[in-house]
Write a protein that binds this ligand. Structure first.
Ligand code: ATP
Length: 355
């Protein structure tokens, strides 16, 4: 069972800080939904409001058709997994998982059976009698998830649950969490400041900055069609080039820039005559291509990152330019100290108002 979650004009004020400012969005039942933003943008506050640990100053939260206003965490069909997951160290794994069931009056044999079922779900069959201290970080994390799922929440709220794990384990747990969410069908609301995590796991992502909702969309929509400069910069890497919009035609804007006229797709809120910026991803720049838009830079250094390398260059006025080059093509790529021309297609760039 899962339920949709509907936030309507939710605000939260702490002293002078508007930690959450008039945020509205709907999470569909059974969706893996992430809230993404930098430290202090209001993600945890939003999650605590959904969980019922905080009541919003304005607005309301609906789960299913029910208004949650005034209800505490125990009265909501939600469970929350915290950043610093706390298993009970003196209880076995299965007792940890079954902890919430005892309070509901379930008999011991039934609790044990339910715990075993959940251990299978999180791929930890046979671990029920271990103590938390005898598990790896990733296994402890899965026990915490099993414990949260034991009470059969309709919405699971996850507050950066992977942040304490090392990179390899984090990447492994991403696909495990994603698969688990699809298997259970429970609505997941996941908060993170790590954009690659949000892009890899989510059906949709809400991007927040300074308490304000910037955009809600699928990972692909956010990456290809950022609605605001903040989203363009925060989700993935981007080059930005300032200029003035001269013409708009068939969804393509021409921008007068210090490096000549550059063209890109028309972004949200753009009109002719505006100061604006063109955003183009490092992988959209192709060395030596014949594409209509061209940028010439002096290459400073090339950072090898494995599958690809990042060429860091300077444009004629010393502004930075980053181009990504597939490693298998490194042999034909520009070298440090040389001048290189990169081309890109208008469809692979977006122009947004300069705000
Ligand atoms: P992080 O990723 O660092 O956890 P966050 O995006 O989750 O950050 P919040 O914890 O929601 O951010 O905080 C949002 C803003 O509200 C911050 O400016 C924070 O200092 C402020 N804030 C949060 N809780 C309180 C509180 N109880 N009292 C006063 N200010 C608070």
């Amino acid at each position: 069972m899962s339920q949709p979650v509907d936030l309507q004009n939710v605000s939260m004020i702490f002293g002078d800080t508007r930690a959450v400012n008039d945020v509205s969005f709907t999470v569909a039942a059974g969706e893996f939904f992430s809230i993404l933003g930098p430290s202090g943008c209001g993600k945890t506050t939003l999650l605590r409001i959904i969980a019922g640990f905080l009541q919003p100053a304005e607005g309301k939260v609906l789960i299913g058709d029910s208004d949650m206003t005034g209800l505490g965490p125990d009265q909501r069909p939600t469970a929350m997994i915290f950043q610093s997951l706390a298993l009970f160290p003196l209880m076995s794994v299965w007792e940890n998982i079954a902890f919430g069931l005892e309070a509901r009056g379930m008999a011991k044999a039934a609790r044990r059976a339910k715990a075993e079922e959940l251990l299978t779900l999180v791929a930890l069959e046979g671990y029920g009698d271990r103590m938390p201290g005898e598990l790896s970080g990733g296994q402890r994390q899965r026990v915490a998830i099993a414990r949260a799922l034991a009470v059969e929440p309709q919405v699971l709220l996850l507050d950066e649950p992977l942040s304490a794990l090392d990179l390899k384990l984090r990447q492994h747990m991403r696909s495990e969490l994603r698969a688990l969410q699809k298997r259970t069908g429970v609505t997941f609301i996941y908060i993170t400041h790590d954009q690659s995590e949000a892009l890899a796991m989510s059906d949709r992502v809400a991007v927040m900055s300074a308490g304000i909702l910037q955009q809600v969309g699928s990972p692909r929509e956010l990456y290809d069609n950022p609605a605001t400069p903040f989203v363009a910069r925060f989700v993935g890497e981007t080059n930005t080039i300032a200029g003035k919009v001269t013409t708009i035609e068939k969804g393509i804007a021409s921008l007068d820039t210090p490096y000549g006229v550059l063209r890109g797709r028309v972004g949200h809120g753009l009109s002719t005559g505006m100061p604006a910026r063109l955003y183009v991803r490092p992988e959209a720049l192709a060395h030596g291509s014949k594409d209509e838009n061209k940028l010439t830079a002096t290459i400073g250094r090339i950072d090898f990152e494995g599958a690809f390398a990042l060429a860091h260059g300077k444009l004629p006025d010393d502004s930075p330019l980053i181009a990504s080059i597939a490693s298998i093509q490194l042999g034909n790529s520009p070298t440090a100290g040389s001048s290189a021309t990169f081309g890109f297609r208008a469809e692979n760039a977006v122009v947004l108002p300069d705000v």
